[in-house]
Design a binder for this molecule. Structure first.
Ligand SMILES: *[C@@H]1O[C@H](CO)[C@@H](O)[C@H](O)[C@H]1NC(C)=O
Ligand SMILES: *[C@@H]1O[C@H](CO)[C@@H](O)[C@H](O)[C@H]1NC(C)=O
Ligand SMILES: *[C@@H]1O[C@H](CO)[C@@H](O)[C@H](O)[C@H]1NC(C)=O
Length: 549
């Protein structure tokens, strides 16, 4: 059990130095000799040195000549102590002969050598334009390696309309102050600055890039409330009439517009097609000005989610001369008696043209060479009037052609034939074919023998032209003429009724009437001379020669 004496170690209380980090190499922190009351001249002899406890980091050393404690290595508070509130480095001063250990505490003070820093240079945030006022959007905080007031103290957001900054103990947020409108502003860049409290002050920035997301907050808008177009009635299929156009300020499906007819009648839908995507309206059926000259169609524009708006399309159909005039016979007196006076109205004609304006203005004419004319009456009506005396016995039927022509360009015309018959009037008496007639009675005439025949003509129609012959009453030698002669009412043949007494007469006259069967009847009278052939040879021969010649 050998007694080993403990080395004589003098332990003093700690001495501590407080200084700021990042001092230059060789900067004097304090004077060990003076602070410990040691003669500076002995330091060298006693091999004074700084020892490290455990770590091999020696932050300071001793100037053996004067006892100054000087910085020997870079002292970075943040590297050594991070965000600890106090940063104390333990070092030991060792002296030999006698052995002496002295604890030295180095209090490293923070200097503002770090700037606030954000994790990234750029922060992306997507915010819907439908976000309401007061909505909050957290932002990652900035960090500053320094501590205390050298760390981040405040934030500063670039002045802007829409956001202000909400800063809590552990949070930084953008707060929506005014609603966004993607259609006005699609992207916003805001500079956020974090500031520390050091002197001089340091700062760090980040750009907050905000993408405003679309919400379907816009209805489609037509470029016009009313579209007007006009198209000729004979337009070909697929002729473009008009194109309606609406725009929607939203994007994607929110701004995708489709067009449709809205409450349009089936007839109109069959006349026009509407391109759902382009809004082009084309002719699809046959347009007829005369059926409908103006149409009003309603068109609906709808975006993807279904916001709609409407416009009106007014289509005027313009007239084309596509209808010839139509001639209608409204009344006709047929047949017309041949004795009507000139100027008699025999028919009424109506002319229609379905076209409008000059295309529908019609002139009417009648063929030349007939005793008729057209007299314009009230609108579109004409009277067919005789211009002269008619005579059935000359012309009994008329085929009258009426022509109507419109004033379109080119003009269209049409014609119509009107058949007119002239009715008979008993206006012609029977007329004997000869100026005079003679009958000769020869010597031995027998009862019933033919003496001669008379013939009369009547050009009237049927009974008005049917001739009946008769003997007018008279006497021959005191006896009625009919006791000598008779006439066949139908044929006009004159017969002897009995044998003549030749000695009694040389000649005598009879009267024959030709009468028609009209009502009233017309007649002609004719004298027939009857000669006795054999009363004298002379007369006989003269008479015979007359007869034979
Ligand atoms: C009447 O005249 C027209 C034209 O000249 C002709 O086409 C038609 O056949 C005639 N009608 C009669 C019954 O003669
Ligand atoms: C004969 O003439 C009369 C007028 O005198 C007329 O009323 C009648 O219809 C005519 N008869 C025929 C068959 O034309
Ligand atoms: C013919 O004679 C008869 C009898 O005298 C008479 O009634 C009639 O009017 C006469 N006709 C003409 C055309 O003279």
């Amino acid at each position: 059990n050998r007694y080993i004496p403990l080395p004589r170690v003098i332990l003093h209380g700690d001495i501590s130095y407080s200084f700021t980090e990042e001092m230059r190499h060789g900067t004097v922190i304090g004077n060990i000799a003076k602070d410990l009351g040691i003669d500076a001249n002995t330091l060298s002899l006693r091999k004074a040195r700084i020892d490290t406890e455990g770590s091999d980091k020696r932050f300071c050393e001793i100037n053996l000549r004067n006892g100054d404690l000087i910085v020997s290595e870079r002292i970075d508070r943040e590297g050594l102590c991070g965000d600890k509130a106090s940063c104390v480095l333990k070092q030991e001063l060792m002296l030999e002969n006698p052995l002496e250990l002295q604890r030295i505490s180095l209090h490293v003070q923070d200097i503002n050598d770090n700037s606030p820093q954000f994790d990234k240079n750029l922060i992306h945030i997507d915010i819907s334009e439908s976000a309401s006022k007061g909505a909050r959007f957290p932002i990652e905080e900035a960090h500053d390696a320094d501590i205390g007031k050298n760390s981040v103290q405040s934030y500063n957001l670039q002045t802007n309309e829409n956001f202000f900054l909400g800063v809590g103990t552990n949070s930084v947020e953008l707060v929506l102050n005014k609603q966004l409108d993607r259609e006005t502003l699609q992207e916003i860049n805001l500079l956020l600055t974090a500031l520390d409290g050091g002197s001089p002050q340091r700062s760090g920035t980040v750009v907050i890039h905000i993408t405003v997301l679309d919400a379907n907050d816009n209805v489609p808008v037509f470029s016009q409330a009313v579209y007007e177009a006009s198209v000729p009635e004979n337009s070909l299929l697929d002729t473009v009439v008009v194109t309606v156009s609406a725009t929607d300020a939203d994007t994607g499906p929110n701004g995708d517009i489709t067009y449709n007819f809205d409450h349009v009648s089936d007839e109109h839908v069959s006349l026009f097609s509407l391109n759902h995507k382009t809004g082009e309206i084309k002719v699809m059926g046959s347009l007829d000005y005369e059926t409908e000259s103006s149409m009003e169609l309603r068109v609906r524009a709808k975006d993807g989610p279904g916001l709609t708006s409407y416009c009106t399309v007014v289509i005027d159909i313009t007239d084309v001369n596509d209808n010839p005039p139509a001639i209608n016979l409204k009344s006709l007196s047929n047949p017309i008696p041949e004795n009507v006076p000139p100027g008699t109205e025999v028919g009424i004609i109506n002319v229609q043209d379905r076209d409008s304006e000059t295309n529908g203005q019609v002139r009417c004419s009648i063929q030349q060479g007939v005793p008729f004319k057209l007299v314009p009456s009230i609108k579109n009506y004409y009277s067919l009037v005789t211009t002269g005396q008619l005579d059935r016995e000359l012309v009994s039927d008329y085929n009258i052609t009426i022509t109507a022509t419109d004033e379109g360009s080119p003009p269209l015309s049409s014609s119509k034939s009107v058949q007119l018959s002239v009715a008979d009037i008993n206006d012609n008496p029977p007329v004997f074919e000869e100026q005079s007639y003679s009958a000769y009675v020869s010597e031995n005439n027998k009862p019933g023998s033919t003496l001669c025949s008379v013939n009369a003509r009547d050009p009237d129609w049927r009974q008005n032209g049917t001739v009946v012959y008769s003997l007018l009453a008279g006497e021959v030698n005191g006896a009625p003429v009919s006791s000598y002669l008779s006439v066949n009412g139908d044929t006009g043949v004159i017969h002897a009724v009995r044998s003549f007494d030749y000695e009694q007469f040389r000649s005598f006259k009879i009267h024959v009437m030709a009468r028609d069967n009209g009502s009233p009847p017309l007649s002609s009278n004719m004298t027939v001379s009857v000669w006795n052939c054999c009363f004298s040879t002379f007369w006989c021969s003269v008479s015979l020669s007359l007869v034979l010649s």
